[in-house]
Ligand binder design. Sequence first.
Ligand code: FAD
Length: 241
Amino acid sequence: MPLKIDTYEFTEIIQATPDVKIFKFKPVIPETKIFNYKPGQFLMMYMLDSEGKPTNLARAYSISSNPIQKDHLELTIKITGKFTNMLDKMKVGDRVGVTGSFGVFTYNTEKHKDTVMMAGGVGIAPFISMVRFSTAQKLQNKIFLFYSNRTNKDISHLEELKRLEEENPNFRAIYTVTRDEPASGIHEQGRFNETHIQKYLPALEGKNFMLCGSTAMVNDFTAILQALGVEKFRITAEKFG
Ligand SMILES: Cc1cc2nc3c(=O)[nH]c(=O)nc-3n(C[C@H](O)[C@H](O)[C@H](O)COP(=O)(O)OP(=O)(O)OC[C@H]3O[C@@H](n4cnc5c(N)ncnc54)[C@H](O)[C@@H]3O)c2cc1C
């Protein structure tokens, strides 16, 4: 069956960090329902031609919004190349094609009772959805987030994550910056390594690990976990390329 690509329009665009924007959007036709999705899944976004029809120019984006909230979708996007430079020029009211949902990198409330999330840069995108979901649902599931960025200014969603930590006693986040002096409230300097994991999580048995970011970062995180003896089946990852 061909994909059903609906037309969406931007309702809000927020500059989250020097090179990351948060895009909120909803279907142009009010009767169009936003597709169902699980926390962690991604959608495909398409540029439209001059007649408003989807072109072949498309990219995958993890959904940051909470699936329970049905009125809009939200993405966290790093401006880096062809597609994202076009997105960077978009304004509220501009349109794109959207279809979803896809992917198996999902937060499963039964399986993920005790989860360690490791995000590099914009790899925070799917975890925002998961933590929003878990907090809104008042789940007892434990979430420990390691979030790595180059500089203090590159940490997107920091204020919201701090609020979620206050609201949700089962959620804790640890931040590191790799090319900056850590600002107040930022815990570590340098790439996450075995020592950091052992410092914050002395016992790893029974935990599930979810990793997201560039291929290089995900490979680094995987190597650290394997060096600490974490079994492969406990690790799931989404690579942004
Ligand atoms: C499942 C999945 C989920 C994803 N979720 C997200 C998400 O939530 N947020 C997000 O920001 N991204 C996400 N991505 C990545 C996204 O799909 C795009 O790949 C990304 O936005 C880059 O697209 P682009 O067209 O802007 O860059 P492209 O033009 O495709 O370029 C890709 C990379 O190549 C570099 N590059 C481009 N041209 C050149 C050149 N001439 N010389 C050297 N280097 C060059 C760019 O700097 C960039 O780093 C996801 C990917 C996958 C597979």
